[in-house]
Structures are given as C-alpha cells and as structure tokens.
Design a protein around this ligand. Structure first.
Ligand code: AMP
Length: 394
C-alpha cells in the first residue's frame, strides 16, 4: 500500500472519500464537528501539494434523494474550518459534475452531494463507482469509520485508479492497530467492557492471540461469573453465551493469557442513581440487586495490571458510567490508562462508549490514540480484512 507522501498531487484532481456523517440538532446545526476536523489534514496536504480536492461522503441513511440529508448543510462549517471557498456539487455524478470537476484548478475544493442519494453506493455498484472515478486522477480514502463497508466509494472505486492511498487519518488508524496487533511491546493488556459479551466475543477470541492480560469489566463480566457458578442476582447476563465464555477461558489458558474478572462490585436495587447501593463480592450478588460498576478492590487490581503494561487496548466501559453513581470504575480505568501512557505505554482506545467515557472525564489528550471507527475497529480486532483498506493494496 502506498503512502500519501509517495504520491505527487501537483496539478492533479484528487477524489477524497471523507466521513462527514456528522450529527445535527433540530435547528439544523452541527452538534459535533470532530469528523470534519479529522479530515482537514489530508485536504490541506493535497491543496498545499498543488492538487484540487473532490470531497465525497455519505450523510445518514437516506432512501433516495432527501433534502434533509443534503451535504450542502455542512458547507458553511467546512468553509469556516478550511478558511477556503468550497464548491458544492448538487449531484455526485453526471455531465455537469464531470464538467466542473474537470475544470477544477490547483487549490480548489469541491464537495459532492450525499453519495447515498444513489442506492448504487451501498450496493457497491461497479458502474456508479466507475462514474465517480471519472471525476479524478487520484483516489484517497480517509474515512476509517466506513472501511468495514464494501460500498462503491469506499471499496469498488479503488480498482479504477493506479494512484491510491489512505489519507492521513486512515494511515494513523492503520498504524495504531499495527502497533497493537503486529509485534506489540509486551506486556499487552486488553481491557474489554460494555453491556454484552455477545457483541465482543469474536474480538476477545482473536485478541487472545497477542495479548498477555485480558481484563473483563462491565455488564459482560456477569455472564462469565454465572458460567463460573456465581450468584449474580439481577445483573445483566446472556444465557446463550455461557458456552462462549467457557471457550474464551479455555482458549486464554492455552494461550497463557491472564484473565482478570472483577472481584467486588457496586450493586443497586434499581437501575438508577437513586436506589440503595452496596459493594458485594461479584459471586454473591443478592436477588433483587444488580451489579452496575466494579468495586474498589477490583479498581486497585485492574490499576496494578494496567500500570504494568507496555501496550494497552481499551474498549467498553466498566459499568453504567452514564449514571454518576456508577462511573467510578470507568473513571478509574481512564485515569490509569492515562497514567500508564504518561509512563511510556502505548494506549489505543476504541469503540463508541469508551471514547465517550474518556471524553467525559476530559482525558482524551492523555492517551496515545483514540480510534474514530467503532464498527471498523471492532472488525479489525476480530482479525477481518476491511474492504476499504484492502482495496487500497490491490
Ligand atoms: P457496549 O456498547 O457493548 O460497549 O456497551 C456500553 C454500555 O454498557 C454502556 O451504555 C453502559 O451503560 C453499559 N453497561 C456497562 N456495564 C453495565 C452493567 N453492569 N449493567 C448494565 N449495563 C452496563
């Protein structure tokens, strides 16, 4: 796979697949512009290297043309952030779009209308991809969050370009996963939490191949404890995943991975801030009570393991961190990961809720890398080849 630094952009038109799928409030204002901000370095790099940019993205899940989901809505924010004019193209393909793109001058930036206004986009349609490819000389994919999807603009299109590469954001994502999965600095610790074991079981099974320690927290821990014969009261658990837990634990044993489950937990008789609360042994949760956070002994144990690690992966909260009474465990892990990073460890945080948690505690600048792709990152961790990344090497 080529690097963006090996490509000459001078006088070239560059199709950049970005992720401008940003959230809006009812007034039509962007509530979080971080995806646009994340795409700026690549756009600025192409412009400063003498190229012209044709930006393409999806927004939401339209069923045909839907003005509510027009990318025109992001033009003011994009112009403001870039400090440059941006030409909006009402159609992502067609003669007029082709004409405008072919006349783009060095330094000009155009944004195509929402790619998903064409159903061909999500169907990975070859004809549509070829039409898109006809707009530019070079293909850059910088939309990590969609690389696990085989769509026209994320995968099919790449075959029509001889010059193609990941953008700066995508390159960082690829390199951060390499640091974790490809000869990582040992010991490696994975901290996996969140509500359900079912959504992460393939991730856990795959990472056992390269981690030394596996910390399991959050709601998913209770399925493991139940499987070990514990009494978990009314805590969340998945009856159909008990065998999965047995398989994980036996694989961990074969691979010499140390597994750390919570010892004590904070439980409540209500799923809210206002119920009764107490700390119990995780194997002895009374009926009518549910475990909603890890307890103090567990926090200390997890801290010890994390601080002894050179490479750390964190995905999923340790408890219901959205409710203040049950945020301590997740906060403690976030602080410890930040401290381990300060001591020289490499830390990678990924998956929607752990990212939300680290931001909630204001520690997002104290870890090595925060992945921008939830689903894409989980699929990478499962060991899958992502179509959007694979296409860049063909
Ligand atoms: P996930 O999307 O699988 O990473 O799960 C994240 C969600 O898991 C968060 O919304 C947490 O509130 C929830 N969660 C974490 N621990 C527990 C628990 N012990 N009981 C119920 N939900 C939990």
């Amino acid at each position: 796979m080529k690097s963006i630094n090996e490509i000459s952009f001078n006088g070239k038109r560059v199709f950049i697949r970005v992720d401008f799928n940003v959230p809006f409030n009812d007034e039509g204002e962007i509530t979080d512009n971080s995806r646009i901000v994340a795409a700026l370095p690549t756009i600025e790099f192409v412009i400063s290297s003498g190229g012209a940019c044709i930006l393409a993205s999806h927004l939401g899940r339209p069923d045909g043309i839907n003005p509510e989901l027009s990318l025109r809505k992001i033009i003011p924010e994009l112009k403001k952030l870039l400090g440059e004019d941006v030409i909006f193209l009402e159609d992502s393909i067609g003669d007029q779009t082709k004409e405008i793109c072919s006349n783009l001058k060095k330094g000009q930036i155009a944004l195509l209308e929402n790619l998903r206004f064409y159903k061909e986009e999500t169907k990975a349609d070859e004809r549509f991809a070829k039409q898109l490819s006809g707009l530019a000389d070079i293909y850059i994919n910088d939309a990590y969050g969609t690389t696990h999807r085989e769509h026209a603009s994320t995968a099919t299109i790449a075959q029509f370009f001889s010059e193609k590469a990941p953008g700066m954001l995508l390159e960082k994502e690829i390199n951060s996963l390499k640091k974790l999965m490809d000869k990582p600095k040992k010991p490696v610790t994975a901290i996996i939490g969140g509500a359900k074991v079912s959504s992460k079981i393939s991730v856990i099974a795959n990472i056992l191949g390269f981690v030394d320690n596996l910390i399991i927290g959050g709601g998913m821990a209770y399925t493991f404890i139940k499987n070990n014969g514990g009494r978990i009261g009314d805590s969340i658990f998945e009856a159909d995943r008990l065998n999965g837990c047995t398989e994980i634990l036996s694989k961990a044993k074969n691979e010499n991975v140390n597994v750390f489950l919570p010892e004590d937990i904070l439980c409540s008789n209500e799923f809210s801030n206002s119920g009764l609360q107490k700390v119990t042994n995780i194997y002895e949760v009374p009926e009518g009570w549910q475990g909603l956070d890890i307890g103090p002994k567990t926090m200390d144990k997890f801290e010890q393991v994390i601080l002894g690690s050179s490479t750390i992966l964190w995905n999923g909260p340790m408890g219901v961190f959205e409710i203040p009474s049950f945020e301590k465990g997740t906060h403690s892990v976030a602080k410890t990961v930040a401290k381990a990073t300060q001591n020289g460890a490499y830390s990678l945080i990924g998956g929607g809720d752990s990212v939300a948690a680290i931001k909630k505690f204001g520690l997002q600048n104290q870890v090595s890398f925060i992945s921008t792709g939830g689903g894409a990152m989980l699929e990478s961790l499962e060991g899958k080849l992502l179509p959007g990344i694979n296409a860049l090497s063909q």
